[in-house]
Structure formats: C-alpha cells, structure tokens
Design a protein. Sequence first.
Length: 333
Amino acid sequence: MSLKVYGIGNTLIDIFSEVSEEELTKLSLHKGTMHLIDPDRRKELLNFISSSGADYSCGGSAPNTLVTLSLFGVLTALAGKIGKDKYGKIYEEKLSELDIISELKTCDNPTGSSIIFITPDSERTMNTYLAANREFSVNDINPELIAKADYFYFTGYMWDTENQKEAILKVIEIAEANNTKIVFDVADPFAVSRNREDFLKLIEEHAYICFANGEESRILFDNYDTGECAKSMGKLCPVAVVKNGKQGSYIYTEGKLLSVPVKGKAPVDTTGAGDTYAAGFLLGMCRGYSLYDSGLLASILAGEMVQQHGAQFSNEKAKELKKLLDSEEWRDL
C-alpha cells in the first residue's frame, strides 16, 4: 500500500476523566471551555484524576484527521514531537494499533496533553498543555516519506513557534520538488488573526487545497459571505473549501462555486467536526472522487461525527461507515 498522506501536527494525548459538577467547580473550571494550562496546573489536574482512572486516545487537530483517514483504509504517516514519558509511549502504542506510520520524535519536555473532564450531562471541559510540541523542528522531518506521499497535510496551529514554522516551510519545499500536493487547514480563528498575512501568502504560493470555516474565512478576507470568501480563496489556490456549519460548505475551483449540503441530524457535540470534514474530503480525493463528491463525503462523515461525543470514530462505527461508503449508497443520503 502506498503512502497517501504525510501529516505534521501537535500531538496531544487526550486524557478523559468523568467528574461531577461539584468536582469541576472545586477545580475552578468553567464547564464546556478549553483552557491553556501551565506545568503546575497540569500536575495538579493529573494528580486529581490519578485515583479515578482515565481513558486515552491520540489527539490533536491534524492527528484527528489522520486517524480518521487510517480508519477508512488510507495509509498515513504522522510527524510530531512527544516526551520520553508514559504518555508518549501510550501515544506511540495507539498509533501502532491504528496502523499509522509513526514519525514521532522524542525530547525531554513532557508529551503534550489535553486533559478532558466529562460531566454527567456529557459536556467536555478541556485543559491543553502543548509542551513537547513546541520543540518540533526541521530535524524532525523525513524527506523520503514526504517525497513518497500524495498529500502533505498540516494546520495553522503549526505557526506557534518559529522552529515549527521553519519545519513546515522546509517540508513544503521538499513536497513541491516531488509533486506531493500541499493541503493546508487554517484551523483556528485566533491563529488566523495572529498570522493573517503569512497564511494568505502560504495559500497563494503553496496550497493545492485549503480548508477554512466561516469565521476563519471572514478574518482572512474581511467578508461575512462564506460563498464570496470561498471565491476569494479560490483565486489564490486551486481548491478552496469553506465550511459553514449548519449551512453546509462551499468549494471553489476553476471559476466554479460548488455548494455542498450539510448532512446528519442536529449535533450532539461538534468537537472534531472540522478535522473529520478534512479527513472525509481527503478520503474522497484518495479514492479519485470529484471535488463535489469529496465534499459530500466530508459532509456525511462530519455529520456522523457530531452525533457522538469526541473527535474520533470507534473501530465499530468506522467499520459501519466504511461498509456504507463502499456500497456507494452514501451518495443518496
């Protein structure tokens, strides 16, 4: 099987723990939000859950996309930075179980983590510590794998540090020299606000496919009309995709604006919807589908993801969906 997608991302071990409303209050956490935490706070929260036990999964935005692709039979490789600790070992073991090629490198800093407290109402409160991720550098990339891949996938979160940014630009250089198509997901409104000019240049000069949601595209192009934002982005790169939540998504390519309907019921949890959409779109591309059908497939998978809690499908759910996709009946949903 040939390598389809080489991805780089912030590798966060997701640590899930069930807590009561009272316990969340005692921890001074605002339910349903995401907090960036420091080492002391991380230690405090890990100590809190040490007696109650926890479940783990390979988290992070780009890793979520690669995990979903792998569940649907696409060979992927993940590059990133982890610590020489038990969480790094758990992350490596989980990748192996998923048949993802691990290009993770170790350092002395702890493995990045997202400590996720789940209250009885199924609400998630996340506490993120980037740690080792911030040390990812040019020395951590594999030129041979990049050259073999059909696509190179990364997100705007990699613009956190100069060394991460430098690494991405080096991978882009290698990818372009070997006809590996570059796929960029801007990923986060705050990242776009901080790096707007950089991102616009990146999209125009290097991206083959670019993903953004409505808010991110508004910041990029100063326009509240997502269709117009898709057109503006599509003038910079060959394939522009703008997701607009309940309104569906737009794909702009070669002067044509395609409108893709939203699929699925009212969302239960939107965590990971964007990561899943990107995975669905790339899955369609890897299968040789048209851009519209790739968008439709992306919409279906994202619609399924928001019906559950969390950012990844279980093996059982993935098998069920894979059977649906292989039957071609998904086109009539």
